[in-house]
Ligand binder design. Structure first.
Ligand SMILES: CCCCCCCCCC(=O)SCCNC(=O)CCNC(=O)[C@H](O)C(C)(C)COP(=O)(O)OP(=O)(O)OC[C@H]1O[C@@H](n2cnc3c(N)ncnc32)[C@H](O)[C@@H]1OP(=O)(O)O
Length: 182
């Protein structure tokens, strides 16, 4: 329940704008079993250099995936001093990166390879350095190569207050997207 004293963005029921709202005839997302298996050892598939989830990337977010339920993905990370923007607080771009990672994890569950096409963020509360940030994302519909995905970052526990909300479109790409010469 929202009240007039809450920030304007929090009073909206969703982070999604018209651009990130799936069309009414979008398909219901279907999770791909082989993608679920690959996610159990995603480092084997993607390597371990990811800024979002690489476990040994020194200044990375080191996001830990904690599970999924259908296309809903769960993860968490701890905000480190090197993620700071304003004194003592996480940088907004760092939080957008964390949302990109969890939204991309939900897209991964659909099978194939997806890249971020559009990412919208609502920042609802500051996130102190040292916080454990609980990330969730789910697919709200699939339209051709486009997967519409929304998510939240919460503080204080998986059911804690929302600090960041995001809505996105991920676009399905062929493997050559990652292997073609730059
Ligand atoms: C478990 C592991 C989890 C891993 C998580 C990792 C998370 C991190 C994910 C990332 O950060 S990926 C890196 C950031 N993203 C990029 O680098 C993407 C750069 N952009 C591109 O490579 C191309 O623009 C793109 C592949 C997205 C689209 O080019 P294409 O030529 O393949 O597609 P096209 O332009 O024909 O568009 C296909 C459809 O997507 C739509 N589309 C494309 N770009 C869009 C966009 N930006 N916003 C909204 N819709 C978009 C487009 O309108 C169209 O819709 P329709 O089929 O309905 O006509």
């Amino acid at each position: 329940m929202t009240s007039p004293s809450e920030p304007r963005a929090a009073r909206r029921s969703s982070a999604a704008s018209p651009l990130t709202t799936p069309p009414s005839d979008a398909a219901v997302p279907v999770v791909d079993a082989s993608a679920v298996r690959d996610m159990e050892d995603v480092g084997e598939v993607l390597g371990n250099a990811c800024f979002g989830c690489g476990p040994d990337v020194p200044h990375g977010l080191r996001i830990r995936r904690t599970g999924h339920d259908g296309s809903t993905a769960y993860a968490e990370f701890t905000v480190q001093p090197e993620h700071q923007g304003a004194p003592g607080l996480a940088h907004g771009g760092i939080l957008a990166s964390a949302m990109d990672e969890i939204l991309g994890t939900s897209a991964w569950l659909l099978g194939g390879r997806y890249v971020t096409g559009r990412l919208e963020t609502d920042y609802l509360a500051p996130v102190p350095v040292g916080s454990v940030v609980h990330l969730t994302a789910r697919c709200t519909g699939v339209d051709g190569r486009k997967a519409y995905i929304e998510g939240e970052a919460r503080l204080g526990g998986p059911d804690g207050p929302i600090a960041v909300r995001a809505a996105s479109i991920f676009i399905k790409v062929p493997l050559e997207h990652f292997t073609k010469e730059r």
